[in-house]
Design a binder for this molecule. Sequence first.
Ligand code: GUN
Length: 281
Amino acid sequence: MEILDGKALSDKIKTDLKTQSETLKKKGVVPALAVILVGDDPASQTYVNTKEKACNAVGITSIMHRVCSSTSEEEVLKIIDSLNKNPEVDGILVQLPLPKHIDTSKVIEAISPDKDVDGFHPFNVGRLVAGMDGFVPCTPFGVMKLLEAYGINVRGMDACVIGASNIVGKPMMNLLLNASATVEVCRSSTKNLKEHTLRADLIVVGVGKINLLTSDMVKEGAIVVDVGINRNEEGKIVGDVDFANVAPKCSYITPVPGGVGPMTIAMLLTNTIKSASRRQK
Ligand code: GUN
């Protein structure tokens, strides 16, 4: 069994990105990411703070818009409009989830596809489905980079994705399809989930349920990627996989923390530098 070390790989990627941002700066382009956080959800605040620190570490300017939870949809759309028009902003990220009075789809569609470093705009979603270049959502993008770095080619593999969200499951399905895997998408409510997972050479799970994937659900030699982030009764961060019992059966497995999480951040920075590289001085 080998650990897929997302922390180590993300550190290496960030070192490369720092060099790229320094090169861009010499050409007069200062890469910049704008982040909009509506409200004070503690998890979202933590994620946004982590993103801000990561930007600073690689020389990307982070422009923070922290607004209160009662901010109107119109106000959020106005902020996005001004960021779309600002030539010095390369990426725009609206932290999700948004308060209920704000229409998430409307907000995502308001972001210029050229600055959509989350890859959530239907323009970029469509390009991913069609196998065309565009911005790819950071978490599934990070999973693919992690597999690639360990020389894992998914071509011909039976892959089982558990979770069908727009942020993780659906783009994960498309990336695996584009890489010539055979893909099944399940959810925590799938009947006889075990029947599906037992067939899989590769399992990617991200639904937010502690111990959803147990050792009896995993075939010997499978690759397991855990996208879950949960806090257990002791306050420790754990994934969706019963790691202690599943790991001995795997050829490769990601830990939580230190697996997919740091890769997500590294891909956000990668997408921002990609956007900045396109900018004409
Ligand atoms: N909330 C949870 N994950 C994400 C993400 O990748 N991007 C944004 N914008 N919000 C999120």
